[in-house]
Design a protein around this ligand. Sequence first.
Ligand SMILES: [Zn+2]
Length: 398
Amino acid sequence: MAKKRLSRWIAAAFAGLAAALSGAVLAAAAVGASDSPQEGVLKVRFGGDRAQTRVVIDLDRPTSATEVSFPSPGRLIAPLPKIAAPPPGFDGAGSGLVRRWLVDRVGGQTRLQLDLDEQATVKRRFLLPPGEGVGHWRYVIDLESGTVIRPVTLATVPAAAVKIRSVAPDIKRRRVVVIDAGHGGKDPGAMGAGTREKDVTLAAARALKKRLEASGVYRVVLTRDSDVFIPLEERVRIARKADADLFISLHADSGPDAATRGASVYTLSEKGADRAAKVLGPQGMLIPASRPGRDQTTNQILLDLTQRSTKNRSAVFAETLLRHVGDETPLLRRSHRDAGFVVLLAPEVPAVLLEMGFITSPADERLLTNADSRGRLIDAVGNAIDAFFQRPAPTIAG
Ligand SMILES: [Zn+2]
């Protein structure tokens, strides 16, 4: 990073990380029977709070757009046509506005019953096909506190709009990793005593490409493979076009104090996400513009969800990366920072920015310019990427 922009980035809020991490925890601690069935309703999960609660019903197949009903103010029934009968006693505690949930079968039809803590209304419902690292269908019901009950139609997000990805660990498809060597060409980046950031990042990017390709399980795309200037937006476009599973931008830090050293990792902040939504608009490249019959609401839902899950996954990778990189080089205090980098704004691609160290620190400059020590650092980054893809992608909740 160039120095003058760094102060702005450091000033960025850290709240986004906490939010992203709590979202990940929420998804991991999903409420559901311990013996989740293999078919029908796989799980019932909750997110949000008492003002707005998201209910996610994981399904092995799509259900149809049957209206939900409130047989009494404190109870909601969501019919689930075409869904197999649940095992006996498939119920559990809720969260937010929902006290308890129960999946049962009445009159030959499977249904979800929610017992509410207070009166609530359905804000929106939609079906998500498998995609974005999730292998099954999701029926999402957003509840909000209140008494006005209005009919809400069930929107189905078209499968074509969601990248189909298997969650099976033994997938054959090679993961696509886009490595972005920071700066380049007329933009040298930060300057060390005898080193330019743009040269260090390019060397590191090439080394990481080699490390990843050697394993045979990745397809690696570099945003640049020579000393050329590439605008930030173009780097994002390259990641998206490559259908990246992970985007990692490599940089070297700079600071006024030669004693300051250490690596740090940045992810997209809440502020950055808002900006992404504006930059892309609801018709962002996520959803093909030529697709007919889709309304703005559906697009926005998809963008919301994608960003939420992407932020979670970015935060998970950031922590994994820090664990591995921390073995090879000191970490800057509070080294996982959130910032609204343009380069991290492809909303559907988990993305982190790694400051490999301070080019203005003689110790870090040596580490980054020596092929051996840089190789060990890059190997740690490669190990972090391996570890990240070995864990199943977290599902969307809350
Ligand atoms: Zn930089």
